[in-house]
Design a protein around this ligand. Sequence first.
Ligand code: PLP
Length: 447
Amino acid sequence: MSRILHRSIDADLPVAIGGRGIELFDSDGKAYIDASGGAAVSCLGHSHPGVLAALHAQLDKLTYAHTGFFTSEIAERLADRLIADSPDGIDFVYLVSGGSEAMEAALKMARQYFVERGEGRRRHIIARRQSYHGNTLGALAAGGNERRRGQFRPLLIETHHIAPCYAYRGRLAAESEFEYGERVAGELEAKILELGPDQVIAFVAETIVGATAGAVPPVEGYFKKIREICDRYGVLLILDEVMCGMGRTGFLHAFEHEGIVPDIVAIAKGLGGGYQPIGAVLFGRHVYDAFATGSGLFQHGHTYMGHPMAAAAALAVQDVIREHQLLDNVVQMGELLNRQLRERFHNHQHVGDIRGRGLFRGIEIVADRGDKSPLDPSRKVHAAVKREAMARGLMVYPMGGTIDGAQGDHILLAPPFIVNAGQIHTIVERLGDALDAALDYSVDGSR
Ligand code: PLP
């Protein structure tokens, strides 16, 4: 019996013993194509020689120095690199160990920014329903993932949620996509006015919604409108690109596609590609200056922030992506994946929507593609898809509760940036078989 409290107590998990390229291997010798990068993490696949070499070199040099006593060359180089590669308006870095820590730091940074400026009355965070910002209490409170937050509600700080930008479900027949975006962005202004414009700290959103709703991109113009509203009321815009950032959409930052720059952005998964736990908050000079000219201190910190091994992994991952121009491959293979998914599923009665950008794609599964009605949640089709895919040597990231935390199912795909055309073909083939098997399974319950 395992002494680990696994994510699910009755899960019968295979034992991972190795990985190479886009595959992971278990202790029975079975290979799995990692078409989701775990949870959109392994952007370079597994055992990349360049990253392993950088980690070995760092191990021989320096493994830990507390950031209250020292900075390190490797952390400074990573920060320089992240800022050099980011658009104007992103000027400083705060290094942490994962996505929840990054979001937690982002929220506290935003609050302290206003305290430093003498606007301590600002206390409200506005976010969106059907979003996820992490499992620590502050990040969980900001998130709108009802399944994850429901039982912890008594412990969560007060936050406010507006509608997501989810055109497949929310757009009215009489609206263009642009009009829909303007309408749902308008909910932010209404909420700011309701709470009091001088009381709001920040608006928080995933640029592309990840695991909660399945790679839902915003419609054109939505984030421009959001940026305008934030500027009008002096509210900070915090984007959560923990999952969709660091190249996954073909841009280093997903917000570059939107033509806006946030005040603060959280990154994690693809930053270190799973080679070490690392996350970061990137932010503008105005935020830095508020601290620099104020108390001179961000009242925060973690023991492992700026860890040299984590910084070495992240810098190596980013070096490989740049050297091999892998963002071009993300765009090309992303288009191929999109095309092949559409070819495979265009007549499928249970595939309602195929969406996403780059190598970040979502498939929404429905009972009837005509009226978009969801499958009965008690069937847990998402769980059956995962099981059937694993049986076929394929890792994908399916989830239920797509629509409102209870109803709906989707599958998230996030293959490594090194994936090639033949592998895309195999992924789509195995996924098609897994989905069909899962639907049979969940309909007749016979397996
Ligand atoms: N934000 C988003 C958008 C995420 O997808 C996740 C994790 O899935 C997090 C935050 C939390 O990151 P972590 O699991 O590294 O704490």
